[in-house]
Design a binder for this molecule. Structure first.
Ligand SMILES: [Zn+2]
Ligand SMILES: [Zn+2]
Ligand SMILES: [Zn+2]
Length: 169
């Protein structure tokens, strides 16, 4: 288990991925890696998209479209509609810039926008912390099981509910 990263203790990358040049980013590097990934997939990095991503990346815990819209409205001094934030978050999810935590109805910035993984989340019932882990053996197995049922997998969702280390303490 890796020690929590200073300033980003709720997103703990613990990649067990060794078959490719896996890169995790944080802070300003994360924003530019996200911008590069979005532009590479043929989408524009508009000012609004940039603000939504920066706001999302500032959140340690999963944030909802409403959380982000509220914060952006306060920062800009004019109302940002949750619906437009939601559409941008959706675009981020389909382009691997953000990950949706289904059981929390909220989003996290993806710390590895440059490479695709079926991310696994350990979600704390007490504090809402969502620890992000990648384990290719697990996600490959889930996809294989789905395939055995002739199911065409788009996105396996693996979320583990429980207590984080500090809440269990
Ligand atoms: Zn990777
Ligand atoms: Zn991941
Ligand atoms: Zn907790």
């Amino acid at each position: 288990m890796l020690a929590p990263r200073a300033g980003n203790r709720y997103i703990r990358p613990m990649a067990t991925v060794k078959d490719h040049a896996h890169r995790e980013h944080s802070g300003k590097n994360l924003v530019s890696a996200a911008r590069d990934a979005l532009v590479a997939s043929g989408e524009q990095w508009t000012a609004m998209r940039g603000s939504v991503f920066e706001e999302l990346a500032r959140h340690d815990r999963p944030a909802s479209a409403y959380d982000i819209a509220d914060n952006l409205s306060a920062a800009r001094g004019k109302r940002v509609a949750p619906n437009s934030v939601y559409r941008i978050l959706d675009l981020f999810v389909s382009n691997n810039l953000a990950m949706r935590i289904e059981s929390a109805n909220a989003y996290l910035a993806n710390t590895h926008p440059g490479c695709a993984h079926d991310c696994i989340f350990l979600v704390c019932d007490e504090c809402g912390e969502a620890t992000h882990v990648d384990d290719e053996a697990v996600s490959r197995r889930v996809r294989a099981i789905a395939g055995e049922s002739a199911f065409r997998t788009r996105r396996p969702i693996i979320e583990v509910r429980g207590l984080c280390d500090s809440c269990a303490g």
